[in-house]
Design a protein around this ligand. Structure first.
Ligand SMILES: Nc1ncnc2c1ncn2[C@@H]1O[C@H](COP(=O)(O)OP(=O)(O)OP(=O)(O)O)[C@@H](O)[C@H]1O
Ligand SMILES: [Mg+2]
Length: 233
């Protein structure tokens, strides 16, 4: 589904990604882990077309989308839930969700996808007309995920969805990711919380020094002293 080869990305003179390669098979949940500043968001932002790589290939269902504009990548089936949620606070929940559907040609299907978002997050249906800024952190995260789902993606990129949420709400988030997976969605999940990654992902990749330093099964990550000590502090 997604095959990343030799991705190099710099900010000015500072090279952050030194050749990142990994793949995400269809139907898998893959966690991308790494310390603060290791470049996790840089990877996701490059995949979604917000950053242009100096080198490398991003094959999305076999087509190289490296350096392509975001709307084209979204149409190609890959959508991102940004770090920090970034919902539009003064707009309603409904308006935020509609923003996710602007790249679509199949407008007739949009209503059905909105129903799917409400089935996943019933609380959003109740708060449909509320300003997004008036919602709790967990509810805003649901809006951010819902907005990405409104583009009808086949692969969802999630950047630290658990940050700042209470343990109970993190549990809800894990449940939502499992339900999305059961519906057939492929997920690339950036996490700092190794517990969340181990609970929900099939595979884990650890970013360190601008490269993938570890790749293996996600289950058992919490017992893997070497990985925890060497890469995740
Ligand atoms: N717009 C930017 N301009 C310059 N440097 C940047 C920019 N964005 C990120 N960086 C730097 O690139 C490095 C990687 O940042 P990135 O946000 O990808 O890390 P991260 O792994 O997502 O970190 P975190 O876990 O804190 O979200 C950091 O050293 C950061 O300071
Ligand atoms: Mg980040």
């Amino acid at each position: 589904m997604l095959d990343v080869q030799g991705l190099e990305v710099s900010y000015g003179a500072t090279r952050v990604l030194e050749g990142v390669s990994f793949s995400v098979l269809e139907g898998r949940i893959v966690a991308l882990l790494g310390g603060n500043g290791s470049g996790k968001s840089t990877v996701l932002n490059t995949l979604s077309g917000l950053l242009r790589p100096q080198k490398g290939v991003i094959l999305l269902s076999g087509r190289n989308v490296a350096g392509r504009p975001t709307h084209e990548i979204v149409r190609g089936g890959m959508a991102q839930v940004p770090q920090g949620r970034e919902v539009f606070a003064s707009m309603t929940v409904a308006e935020n969700l509609d923003l996710g559907a602007t790249t679509r040609h199949d407008k007739a299907e949009v209503g059905r996808d909105r129903e799917d978002v409400f089935a996943l997050f019933p609380r959003l249906r109740e708060r449909f007309r509320r300003r997004a800024g008036s919602l709790s952190g967990g509810e805003q995260q649901m809006v951010a995920i819902g907005r990405a789902l409104m583009s009808h993606p086949r692969i969802l990129l999630m950047d630290e969805p658990s940050v700042g949420l209470s343990p109970a709400v993190v549990g809800d988030m894990i449940e939502a990711i499992r339900m999305l997976h059961a519906r057939g969605l492929t997920v690339l999940l950036v996490e700092q919380n190794v517990g969340v990654a181990a609970a929900v992902a099939h595979e884990a990749k650890v970013l360190q020094g601008g490269r993938i330093a570890y790749s293996g099964p996600a289950a058992g990550l919490l017992d893997n002293e070497e990985v925890l000590r060497s890469y995740l502090g």
